[in-house]
Design a protein. Structure first.
Length: 176
């Protein structure tokens, strides 16, 4: 039995479950995702479908590699292309989002994974290593700058000292 199929009959709790069409389930999942996504609780109140069923459909849809029946070859996405798709998807909701994802050959699971990776505040391993290296380089340069500033101050003080000594020597010699 696939994600959107359901049986009419008793479930594990003894309740009679209601059958929903594939199109209806897809429409409900589409309303649960996207820019103007509705919470499962609110959608449940609007449609009369249980909140549990809506949440399960959304979770199952995220785990389904493709809602289409045909298998498609795994596509490699560039970071730039992912950003473009995420930006466009953020502007869409419901059926428009589903149509856009089908057109771009992106699954809901992929889109959700990209969103979650983008929402993470933790940088990737490569970015973390680069940041650490840049921080070390910055610390080294700050230390070198502090040393250069200290040398300049010492040079100025030494220059002032020698000019004061020379003035004393020239002043002292003219008075005699």
């Amino acid at each position: 039995m696939s994600f959107f199929e359901s049986k009419v009959g008793e479930n594990a709790t003894g309740r009679v479950s209601k059958a929903y069409s594939v199109a209806f389930k897809q429409k409900m999942v589409a309303k649960l995702i996207g820019k103007h996504a509705t919470s499962a609780n609110r959608l449940s109140q609007e449609t009369g479908v249980s909140q549990t069923a809506l949440s399960q459909w959304r979770a199952q849809a995220r785990n389904v590699p493709s809602m289409a029946l045909e298998k498609r070859p795994r596509q490699t996405w560039t970071v730039g292309r992912k950003v473009e798709i995420l930006a466009k998807a953020a502007e869409l909701d419901g059926e428009q989002l589903v149509a856009y994802l089908e057109r771009e050959e992106v699954t809901l699971a992929e889109l959700e994974r990209w969103r979650s990776l983008l929402a993470d505040d933790q940088p990737s391993l490569v970015a973390a290593k680069r940041i650490k290296g840049l921080e070390r380089e910055l610390a080294r340069k700050e230390k070198a700058l502090a040393e250069a500033a200290a040398l300049l101050i010492l040079k100025k003080k030494l220059g002032d000292y020698y000019s004061a000594v020379e003035e004393e020597n020239t002043d002292g010699g003219s008075e005699k």
